[in-house]
Design a protein around this ligand. Structure first.
Ligand SMILES: [Zn+2]
Length: 124
């Protein structure tokens, strides 16, 4: 099945062939959730394009975290306007910490999908 770019980003697959896996370990393994494969198992695409390549993923990560904060603010304003500032901070902190590994990996996946083009010939 041919994947589009959104499913490839969410599944954290290789941006070039959209089949190989970017990460070598489970999302829930807190000791190694950040470890990436060096190259794609399917097409050989290098996942470390240059030293410090994933610094750009920090901006993507920042955008995701701002979305969580703003989403929580809007949700609190709509559903519970009486919520105190401290309660809001606890909710935001819990959400950001809970989704830290997901945001980390998703940000890297988005970043490499921005920088590496899909090549359809490789998938067929
Ligand atoms: Zn690949």
């Amino acid at each position: 099945m041919k994947e589009n770019i959104v499913t490839s980003i969410i599944k954290q697959n290789c941006p070039k062939c959209r089949k190989g896996k970017l990460f070598s370990s489970s999302l829930f393994n807190l000791k190694s959730f950040h470890k990436m494969n060096d190259k794609c198992d399917n097409c050989g695409q290098d996942f470390n394009l240059e030293p410090g390549f994933y610094m750009g993923a920090m901006y993507i990560s920042y955008a995701f975290q701002v979305a969580i904060v703003v989403g929580t603010l809007v949700g609190a304003a709509v559903f519970n306007p009486e919520l105190s500032f401290q309660s809001h901070l606890i909710i935001v902190g819990t959400l950001v910490l809970s989704f830290f590994t997901s945001i980390f990996r998703l940000s890297r996946s988005v970043w490499i999908h921005i920088c590496v083009r899909f090549e359809e010939a490789i998938t067929s």
